[in-house]
Design a protein around this ligand. Structure first.
Ligand SMILES: Cc1ncc(C[n+]2csc(CCOP(=O)(O)OP(=O)(O)O)c2C)c(N)n1
Length: 558
């Protein structure tokens, strides 16, 4: 028996005791003891995906849906670095991942040994904690392995963050003993509930009451019916306007769910500027909102989030309340007084309603384009309880122009907004739910992350919709790229890559629509199909930016 056996047994035993079930491996020799160890116990659900970048995003999608830690496990060397994009995303999106990287014995690192490099703390800037597990066979080393595994689990679970266990192994690698002669001692770590004191709460309530124009801005959050209910109550206060991006997963008819198009009408009119803002949730998508509030700073800005460091997204932060929003607002509602003299909420809502009217009117005659394609997609999603995965770039932004749909669950990799893992995340998300999972993405993003489909079991509940404008359409929309001579080649990067061939390579059903009638028909088909499907909505050369500019001009009309 090798010393690796004992240490692997401790880790396997403890992760089982903490009910961590899902392990996503990528192949290699150095992690063979872990492959043998985890697969030797039927409790674990294991899977192998070759491309570590994609495997890590796949695990991220699983963890995002289950709200539980998922393990990724790789061999040593550059494999470890290929996990990085998903780890950064997990760090900022707050997704629990347990990253186990096999390593060479420490004395062989930096001596020309194959697949060896400095691995300890390799993710240092974007990991909640890094551990170098010991190489020894001594009982103290096994005890230390256990302590580190317990701690890694707790940090990942309680902070909802990625953690890194670097695990060195000496050869032989394939002789791991499965019989558990070693177990680990489970340490139970209690979750505490934070709250502000009664006195502080009273001061905050008093402070809040003094303002006539209050705003709550909701960034990305997991669906929470309790938070939703509380915010509906607070929104009964006529002085409170609640802005929800789709990623907040908060829904009510009285919330302003289309921020960009409402702001287009508001157009810097001071009557709409809030005096006080509360932010909850992660990253805010709307650039218009960020620039409005950075320019016209509220007198106060409170950020409510159970974390150590507040985001100061509008560079106006005055209060940081490190409490879970549900818990904070529940206490805040106690003895809440409405400000009946304010019209703030109504003023905003009227503009939102008017923007909705203009939006519907414009789309009824809108020509075939990215905007129209998104319109058709949203029509098909009405009254569905699907899980939506929104690709970055224009996909997630177009979707914000459509009223939030109550029963959809909205996810997007907005932690660092990469285009490198949306498809893999969607495949991982689909693999742990029976819900239909719909990925809406751009062509470059889809081509980039095509290894998402390099998977023996692409889930049948996965439906991928690619809006193909043959390049990075975003670079035609944002101001800047087009003012250079490099726009088409260096920003938009136009291409003629066949999505059909990608679909064929991975043997996934595929259809292509090049006009509105085909698109409506095929979209309808994919939701009834019992297989994984890719549908390409080809908009090609159409000047999508002109359509979008025209749309916004129409939104402004009275
Ligand atoms: C990993 C990564 N590389 C580069 C970027 C910069 N980037 C942002 S959007 C974009 C183009 C995306 O094109 P596509 O997926 O076709 O979407 P569209 O803009 O057409 O909606 C690029 C390259 C990024 N966000 N992430």
């Amino acid at each position: 028996m090798t010393s690796a056996s004992f240490r692997v047994q401790v880790v396997v035993d403890l992760l089982k005791k903490h009910q961590v079930k899902n392990i996503v491996f990528s192949p290699g020799s150095r992690n063979a003891p872990l492959v043998i160890g985890f697969n030797g116990d039927d409790y674990f659900k294991t899977k192998v995906l070759v491309d570590e970048r994609s495997a890590a995003f796949f695990a991220l999608g699983m963890a995002q849906q289950m709200e539980e830690p998922v393990v990724i496990c790789s061999t040593s060397g550059s494999a470890v670095l290929n996990y990085s994009p998903a780890i950064v995303e997990a760090f900022y999106q707050k997704i629990p991942l347990i990253v186990i990287t096999a390593d060479r014995p420490p004395e062989w690192v930096d001596h020309g040994e194959g697949q060896s490099m400095k691995q300890y703390k390799v993710y240092e800037n974007f990991i909640a904690e890094s551990y170098n597990l010991p190489m020894l066979d001594h009982p103290d080393a096994l005890w230390q392995t256990g302590v580190m595994t317990n701690e890694a689990f707790h940090i990942s679970k309680l902070l909802s963050k990625p953690v890194h266990l670097n695990f060195p192994f000496r050869e032989p690698l394939y002789k791991t003993e499965l019989k558990p002669s070693q177990t680990g001692k489970k340490i139970t770590h209690f979750k505490t509930k934070k709250s502000v004191s009664k006195e502080e709460l009273k001061n905050l309530q008093k402070n809040w009451r003094q303002h006539n124009k209050k705003m709550i801005v909701c960034g990305s959050l997991q669906k929470s019916s309790s938070l939703n209910k509380i915010l509906i109550e607070i929104n009964k206060d006529p002085s409170v306007c609640i802005l929800t991006e789709t990623t907040s997963n908060l829904y009510n008819e009285s919330f302003i769910s289309c921020v960009d198009r409402t702001l287009e009408r508001i157009n810097n009119h001071p009557k709409f500027f809030p005096e006080i803002v509360i932010t909850i949730g992660n990253s805010i998508i709307s650039k218009k909102l960020k620039s409005l509030l950075r320019k016209n700073k509220p007198k106060e800005h409170w950020h409510v989030e159970e974390t150590n460091r507040a985001q100061d997204i509008f560079s106006s932060l005055s209060h940081f309340i490190p409490v879970k929003p549900e818990d904070f607002f529940k206490d805040f509602l106690d003895g809440y007084q409405y400000n009946k003299d304010s019209n703030f909420s109504k003023d905003w809502y009227l503009e939102f309603e008017k923007s909705e009217e203009n939006h519907l009117q414009y789309l009824s005659t809108c020509k075939w384009s990215d905007l129209k394609a998104h319109n058709l997609i949203q029509n098909q999603l009405k009254d569905k309880n699907f899980n939506l995965q929104m690709g970055n770039s224009t996909s997630v932004r177009y979707i914000q122009l459509f009223k939030q749909q109550k029963d959809l669950k909205y996810n997007s990799n907005r932690g660092v907004s990469g285009i490198d893992g949306s498809s893999s995340t969607a495949v991982g998300a689909a693999s742990v739910t029976d819900q239909l999972t719909v990925l809406i993405t751009g062509d470059l993003s889809f081509i980039y992350d095509q290894h998402a489909l390099w998977n023996k079991e692409v889930p049948k509940n996965l439906k991928i919709i690619v809006v193909n404008n043959q390049g990075g359409g975003i670079f035609n929309i944002i101001s800047g790229p087009k003012t250079t001579p490099y726009s088409k080649e260096f920003f938009e990067t136009r291409h003629e890559i066949s999505l059909e061939k990608i679909a064929a390579t991975f043997k996934i059903n595929y259809q292509k629509a090049t006009n509105e009638i085909q698109a409506a028909k095929y979209l309808n088909n994919i939701f009834v199909s019992k297989d994984a499907e890719i549908i390409e909505l080809f908009t090609g050369n159409i000047e999508n930016e002109n359509v979008l500019n025209d749309y916004f001009r129409n939104i402004k009309k009275d």
